[in-house]
Every structure is written in structure tokens, then in C-alpha cells.
Design a protein. Structure first.
Length: 191
């Protein structure tokens, strides 16, 4: 009997997703479509399968990852305040008292990567203007299914740069990155 492994768990697929992630991190606001790499998996699982291993911790307090996928990720479980990677359902606002790991001055790289799962990238009722490294002038983008409070809190989390969090926005098949070095201005909701 031959065991088949979904493409998302194979090194070649993970390398392609990693390349797309690097491109998104270096060009904030750029949207990458991962649909041709994911098979039956979501962009969230694709990103996690690419970035996580047994040396990092994950917080999934919203239960966004299935038990089977969680087992394959191999990362330890930790509370969001100390986890290396935190995934949240962005359609809901942050819970009272929610604060991810922002790192520490001697080691700012220990700040968490916050992965927010929403509905749509590139179009939507929430408009973001991004400025900073990797953005030529300013970049305007719209998103939907991401509660605006995440971006208000994010501004507080990165105000003592280099401390802060790096954001990865995901939908079912797309990703966008907003590193902690990026400023978000003119946050507008068209609601």
C-alpha cells in the first residue's frame, strides 16, 4: 500500500510558497495567489506548513487548524502572548487583553508573526495606505473580512519599532504581508 502525501507537505511546494512569502514581505501590499500550490488546503495551512517546524511555537486560540493539520505542523502550542506564530480569525475584533509577543530590545526578531485569516485581498470595504521600506511612495490596497480594530491595535504594537509584529493576511488562497517596518495610514472603512 502506497501512502500519498498532499502537495502542501512536500518540500518542492513549500519552497514555492516560501518564495511567494519572501516576495510579499519585500513588497508590502503585494498579493500572492497560492491556489496552484495548495491542492485541497487553504493558504493558512500552506503558510504554516512552510514556516513552522518543531523549533517554534504556535497559538491557534480560534481553532482555525484541523487536528490532522495541527499534528503535521509539529510546532509546540503556546499562549498568544509568547508564541512565535499566532493565527487569528480576523473577521472578529481582537479579544480584550489580546497582545502578541512584541519581542525585546536585545532581540526584536522574537516578536510574533501574526497571521490573520479574512475573506478578500485586493478589493473590499477596508482601505489601507502602506508606506515604508519596499513601497515606492505609497501603496493603496483594499481588503474585506478583516476587522479594522486589528490594524488599530497593530499601530500600537509597532510604535516602538524595531519591536512589534509582522502581519501576514490570508484568505482561502491568497496572502499579503505587512512587516512591522511599514506604516499604515488613512485607514478608511467604506461601510
Amino acid at each position: 500500500m502506497m501512502i500519498t502525501v498532499d502537495a502542501i507537505w512536500q518540500a518542492e511546494t513549500q519552497q514555492k510558497i516560501f518564495h511567494a512569502l519572501l516576495n510579499c514581505m519585500s513588497l508590502p501590499g503585494e498579493i500572492a495567489d497560492l491556489s496552484h500550490y495548495l491542492g485541497k488546503s487553504s493558504a493558512l495551512v500552506g503558510v504554516l506548513a512552510t514556516l513552522l517546524d518543531g523549533t517554534v511555537s504556535l497559538s491557534d486560540e480560534d481553532g482555525l487548524i484541523s487536528k490532522n493539520d495541527r499534528h503535521l505542523l509539529q510546532a509546540s502550542t503556546a499562549p498568544s502572548a509568547i508564541a512565535n506564530f499566532v493565527i487569528k480569525d480576523a473577521t472578529k475584533p481582537p479579544q480584550d487583553g489580546f497582545s502578541p509577543n512584541l519581542g525585546e530590545l536585545p532581540n526584536p526578531e522574537k516578536g510574533a508573526t501574526l497571521i490573520l485569516q479574512g475573506e478578500t485581498l485586493g478589493i473590499g470595504d477596508l482601505s489601507l495606505q502602506l508606506t515604508g521600506p519596499g513601497v515606492n511612495g505609497a501603496r493603496q490596497t483594499s481588503i474585506m473580512g478583516f476587522h479594522s480594530e486589528w490594524f488599530m491595535y497593530r499601530q500600537q504594537w509597532v510604535e516602538n519599532f524595531p519591536l512589534g509584529v509582522d502581519l501576514c493576511l490570508v484568505t482561502s488562497a491568497q496572502i499579503m504581508a505587512i512587516p512591522r517596518s511599514i506604516k499604515i495610514q488613512n485607514l478608511k472603512s467604506k461601510i
